[in-house]
Design a binder for this molecule. Structure first.
Ligand SMILES: C[S@@+](CC[C@H](N)C(=O)[O-])C[C@H]1O[C@@H](n2cnc3c(N)ncnc32)[C@H](O)[C@@H]1O
Length: 487
């Protein structure tokens, strides 16, 4: 972020605009929404600016720019049609350490103007660092449509209630909840509808509820945050994240997802590197209970879906045993996300009727499975946490009679920019993982391929055919593959 957004207090401060034509007028229209004192300096001032000065407080100085004009200014706009003059204004402003904006001259400017949605006192500023103003306009139009014109009224009314709320509720967590209830519920709607009586009734009602809940216990929500790509979380997950007081975060949760949470929420990272670390799991359970006991709304953020290899049951039991309510928000599990990312259906009418998920990690030693059943033709499954034990899987499946050329697709870092997908066959599974330096997190699909589904394997899926270092982008044929697609 090269341009850091801030909101500048210009109440009663001088803002200088050098220029008297259309560019200056455009800036004036924008600046007139503020409570700054506006001053225009220009030898020639167009009629429209004079017209504007009839309805707005504006000082017009009809002469050339002088460095003394900058004295006391909170910020400066160089908005003349004369590049040399604009540059002179910019240099003088910079020398005095004043924020300067040269209209259409980002190189000379120390700040640029965002697109603005004005619902005073709520103001949304949108910037693209000058890269794509059209996008900023589109975003602005969407926000304009979404934000009712009276939204600013809601904020002002809330400001008017601040003292009463502070006096009635001393606990900051409960106070925040009260504000959430007011600003996201019936009170807000009543204010938007200008129904003062209903708003006051609702305010009293919510205040009583907050008082009554002074020592209420908190809650825990297990949230499936999907495979990594931030857009792949549900709306419900987003809502819970926004209202959480405490976030207990797993290693595989993309930090970008935390942007959905409140900035002042407490963050506790509980990443697990080691598989099946029970001591750490107990510690996590203790943290969940401890934080909820404080009355906090705890969001337990997990990669993928909490119920798929997520140790959700242990956390739910521990929390419930402490008498704390626990809810679950489903997420997109890694197998589904990775399959979608490489366009690989996980079931196929008349061909793949069963799709299972299996873990490569087990706290009781090597994973046990019905290898003979898994080795049957038509079986499809996704191995989670299987990178380290891939040789064990390969060997068990081949010994149980699986065909050497059973198609295998490995998707590492699925849905992220670093996604790496490889198509190979079962006999080459561990060599592919070693030769291509796959460390995970990865899902290994066995028994699925594009050709069986009548689809073409995407170009970005690398094909591994067994020779050390061999990387063929578009092979014509491989052992066990026909027409470039796994059989
Ligand atoms: C402890 S499990 C958690 C699974 C998670 N609950 C889910 O539903 O996806 C971790 C394993 O999920 C898989 N995984 C998670 N995120 C992944 C991703 N972005 N790409 C590929 N595999 C992923 C890997 O197999 C990783 O070792």
């Amino acid at each position: 972020m090269r341009y850091f957004p801030i909101f500048l207090d210009v109440e009663g401060r001088d803002v200088l605009i050098v220029g008297g034509g259309e560019k200056a007028l455009q800036k004036l229209r924008l600046l007139a929404k503020s409570t700054a004192r506006l001053k225009v300096v220009a030898e020639d001032v167009c009629d429209d600016i004079f017209e504007f000065s009839r309805t707005h407080e504006l000082t017009i100085v009809r002469r050339g720019f002088d460095a003394g004009d900058l004295d006391g200014a909170a910020m400066v706009f160089a908005a003349s049609d004369d590049d040399t003059l604009d540059r002179r204004v910019a240099a003088a402003a910079r020398e005095k350490g004043l924020p300067i904006n040269v209209v259409d001259g980002p190189a000379e400017s120390s700040f640029i103007m965002p697109a603005i949605v004005d619902r005073d006192p709520i103001v949304v500023a949108i910037g693209t660092e000058g890269t794509a103003p059209i996008l900023a306009r589109e975003i602005k139009a969407k926000i304009e449509a979404w934000l009712p014109a009276q939204f600013g009224h809601v904020a002002r009314r809330a400001q008017g209630l601040r003292e009463r709320v502070l006096a009635a509720i001393s606990d900051p967590v409960l106070r925040r909840r009260l504000w959430e209830a007011l600003l996201q519920g019936t009170w807000r709607n009543a204010v938007l509808a200008d129904d003062t009586q209903s708003a006051e009734r609702e305010f009293e009602h919510q205040l009583d509820a907050a008082r009554a809940g002074l020592d209420a216990a908190g809650s825990v929500t297990l949230i499936g945050c999907g495979p990594g790509e931030p857009d792949l979380i549900t709306l419900k997950a987003q809502q819970h994240l926004q209202s959480a007081d405490v976030l207990v975060v797993d290693r595989l949760v993309n930090p970008a997802i935390l942007e959905y949470a409140r900035r002042d929420a407490i963050r506790i990272n509980v990443g697990k590197e080691a598989e099946g670390d029970s001591a750490l799991q107990e510690e996590i359970n203790r943290i969940l209970v401890r934080e909820a006991m404080k009355g906090h709304r705890v969001a337990r953020l997990k990669g993928g879906d909490a119920f798929v290899f997520g140790r959700a049951a242990e956390e739910m039991s521990a929390v419930r045993a402490a008498g704390i309510p626990v809810t679950v928000v489903p997420g997109i599990t890694a197998a589904h996300a990775c399959a979608a990312s490489v366009g690989l259906p996980v079931t196929l009418r008349s061909k793949v009727r069963q799709f299972s998920v299996i873990t490569g990690a087990s706290k009781d030693g090597p994973v046990d499975a019905d290898w003979a059943a898994l080795a049957q033709p038509g079986q499809a499954f996704a191995i989670y946490m299987g990178v380290k034990r891939c040789e064990y899987f390969r060997e068990k499946l081949l010994s149980a009679g699986a065909a050497a050329d059973t198609p295998v697709v490995i998707v590492e870092n699925g849905t992220l920019a670093s996604e790496h997908a490889v198509a190979t066959e079962l006999s080459l599974l561990s060599r592919a993982i070693a030769d291509l330096g796959i460390h995970g997190p990865a899902v290994i699909f066995v028994g699925l391929d594009w050709a069986s589904a009548g689809l073409v394997r995407p170009d970005r899926v690398e094909v591994y055919e067994g020779r050390q270092g061999a990387r063929i982008e578009r092979p014509s044929a491989l052992p066990g593959m026909v027409d470039g697609h796994a059989r």
